[in-house]
Ligand binder design. Structure first.
Ligand SMILES: [Zn+2]
Length: 491
């Protein structure tokens, strides 16, 4: 049912207009048809504040939270060495649990950077993700992963392998063999594009410039331009990646990506934590967008994104949860507040205003996921992707006329206040539950599969892996290309 009407007490139309009083939004054919005023007092059935649905510009759709399966928060490179602990589960349950939780936190549009459980079965997994997206009812941009360059570490893996106990060394050294060639991964991506639907929007997903060779990046850039398809890629997330980029591309990684033709309005990069002002300017000039993943950057010790530089350069950005919400609870409204407080600017330095925050989260973040589609605002003709929030909790102690709900939203709202979510005019969340799936049942089944399938953890091996990676990065091995290292070793 994509027709109907939603009453509201306060309307937050979008980034560039002030909140307004009570009324009714009328829906037709998945779009907003009309907005009419309603006399107060009205008794809004769906919640008190109506606003555009939240957008999550970077995520991975893992139904199992990483700390729960043994990958504790730590420096990204150390944390990555523990990600293989994720138990294998049904890919539909994995995605549906993640999407359902995000819907409950008010996210209607999201990016899903797929981490394949079985890289040989990417297309099957994509089919399952597409089904989960349709069942939950979200708009999901699926980044089909392409990776394999530097599979064990950014530089020469020799010192990393040398630091591992013998049995573990062979196992780690052999792991890259499980990956199909990049050409085969691109072929699989092309198959994934045939699954496109309003709920499932495939994109190219080169996982990061350190993990994809230049020829493949150039090929992806060419296909993106030829077919007008979007590309989503991690970029300069960590200090080690910054150092690797500076040593590998003395003339600049971003200039190198530009020469490959990758920088365009079709590209979204995730994190950008270590971007420099001149790089921000080049990305902005090419129309690239960034997903700022604040809590993830804190939990994985990556840093704080230079949003002031983004703003100064005119580099557009959105908000991403990256599967790493601050309290590990997929709360997009708390993430919004993290972004606001960390990046608003201190003292009288207004880096962000509420309007520019809303533009990032609702409008630019949406464009970073879907491209420009006229959404992110509540006006006739826009897609009916809408979030209703109850003000019962956040206004329980307020004094009449002393504060506006839209201010309290930034200060207090969490997913506990989500009263309803509509995507393309279809209501997908009501009364704290997903209407398209039985989320508690899916979560229970997912957990049962994970617990049954999880092999006993080899704590010693895990510790050895983490220590080897720490030592490798400490020694700066990620910046030493193999020939130089070998020459030094021979001296
Ligand atoms: Zn990510």
């Amino acid at each position: 049912m994509t027709n109907g009407s939603i009453p509201f007490a306060h309307l937050l139309r979008g980034p560039d207009t002030a909140a307004q009083g009570a009324g009714v939004v009328h829906l037709s054919g998945g779009q907003i048809a009309q907005i009419t005023p309603a006399p107060l007092p009205s008794a809004p059935a769906a919640g008190d504040i109506l606003m555009p649905a939240l957008c999550n510009a970077h995520d991975h759709g893992r139904g199992l939270r990483t700390v729960a399966f043994g990958a504790q928060d730590d420096t990204l490179e150390v944390w990555l060495s523990a990600l293989s602990l994720e138990p294998k589960v049904d890919p539909y349950l994995r995605a549906a649990a993640a999407f359902g939780r995000l819907a409950l936190s008010g996210v209607g549009v999201l990016n899903h950077c797929h981490n394949a459980q079985d890289p040989q079965a990417l297309v099957d997994e994509a089919c399952a993700v597409a089904r989960a997206a349709a069942d939950v009812g979200l708009r999901v941009a699926f980044a089909a992963p392409v990776l394999g360059h530097n599979p064990l570490s950014y530089g020469d893996p020799g010192p990393l392998l040398d630091a591992l106990p013998e049995g573990l060394r062979t196992e780690v050294a052999n792991r890259p063999r499980a990956l199909p060639s990049m050409a085969a991964q691109l072929d699989a991506a092309e198959e994934v594009f045939t699954l496109a639907s309003p709920h499932f929007l495939p994109q190219y997903g080169p996982v990061g410039p350190q993990w994809v060779d230049a020829d493949t990046l150039g090929e992806i850039a060419a296909r993106s331009a030829r077919h007008d398809r979007r590309v989503h890629m991690h970029l300069l997330e960590t200090r080690a990646q910054r150092e690797w980029a500076d040593s590998t591309y003395p003339d600049g990684l971003i200039a190198h990506l530009d020469a490959l033709g990758l920088l365009s309005p079709r590209l979204t990069v995730a994190h950008g934590t270590w971007l420099r002002p001149d790089e921000c300017a080049l990305l902005a000039a090419r129309g690239v967008m960034v997903s700022v993943n604040t809590s993830s950057n804190l939990r994985l010790r990556s840093g704080i994104a230079p949003v002031a530089d983004f703003v100064a350069a005119g580099l557009r950005f959105g908000m991403g949860l990256d599967g790493m919400a601050f309290d590990d609870d997929e709360d997009a409204l708390r993430e919004l507040r993290m972004l606001w407080h960390l990046q608003r600017g201190f003292g009288l330095n207004d880096v962000l205003t509420p309007q520019s925050l809303w533009r990032a989260v609702l409008s630019d973040g949406r464009a970073a996921i879907l491209g420009e589609d006229g959404g992110g605002t509540v006006i006739p003709g826009a897609p009916a992707d809408l979030l209703a929030l109850s003000t019962d909790r956040i206004m329980a102690d307020t004094i009449a006329d002393r504060c506006h709900p839209s201010e309290l939203l930034l200060t207090r709202a969490t997913k506990a206040d989500v009263a309803g979510l509509w995507v393309a005019g279809r209501r997908i969340v009501a009364d704290g539950r997903c209407l398209g799936i039985d989320l508690p049942e899916i979560e229970a089944e997912l957990l049962a599969q994970a617990r049954a399938g999880a092999a006993p953890m080899d704590t010693a091996a895990q510790g050895a892996r983490a220590e080897a990676m720490r030592g490798y990065l400490h020694a700066g091995c990620h910046c030493v290309p193999p020939p130089t290292r070998n020459k030094r070793a021979a001296e």
